[in-house]
Design a protein around this ligand. Sequence first.
Ligand code: ZN
Ligand code: FE
Length: 260
Amino acid sequence: MAAMSHLEIQQFICRSDNYGVLVHDSRTGTTISIDAPDAKAIAENLRKRGWQLTHILTTHHHIDHVEGNLELKELFACKIIGPEGEKDKIPGIDQTVKGGDTFELARRPVKVFDCPGHTAGHVAFHFSDDFLLFAADTLFAMGCGRIFEGTAEEMYHSVNQFRSLNAMTSVYCGHEYTESNAKFAVTIEPGNRALQQRYQDVRRKREKNEMTCPTTIGEELATNPYLRCDSAEIRKVLGLEGASDADVFAEIRTRKNNFS
Ligand code: ZN
Ligand code: FE
């Protein structure tokens, strides 16, 4: 079998705290934008790298993820692939996908995860041969998305299905929320040294205005409270020693909503 080509990635912050992510395969000339938060910023980054946009992978219908769709489609005639469950809310969508699907892009498999919770039809894209996960607003560094259209139980499963991925998988997120996530996480698991250390590291990075993503599945397993509902310390702090992991998850999410 021929050696697989290497994907190049350009990540940048746009709007206020959205991540723009471009994925490029030089062998096939494929360039993918993960969501389209800001057409102008995306076009500028494409120009910088000399890439022609061929695809947009849409994770969910929120405006800060689809606002650039039509403008980019007009500029590049790119193909827009997004979740079947939200097809009526995604401007310019050409192809729909759902959890369990695998499709081919740049001659490699892309696997689709259903991630209900933040929105009902939210999907994540997993480039399994490249160890890349595009999780958008489901899994953040040391955090997870707010639950707008689903239940805490659904969000628990959406987030925790990623535990089975290879620990070295790079995780790209929809927003730079890492510092506030870490600030909260240390309050419910203060004895987690990996978490404390990462919090300090993230504070230093943000002081210099550096991006803190991508993260990895391994780092998240060690520090993300939403993947650590079985932690004895978290359970003790929350007073939920005997509860189910899903109930611990729900309590963490509720406390984060009320944290400032
Ligand atoms: Zn969203
Ligand atoms: Fe968002």
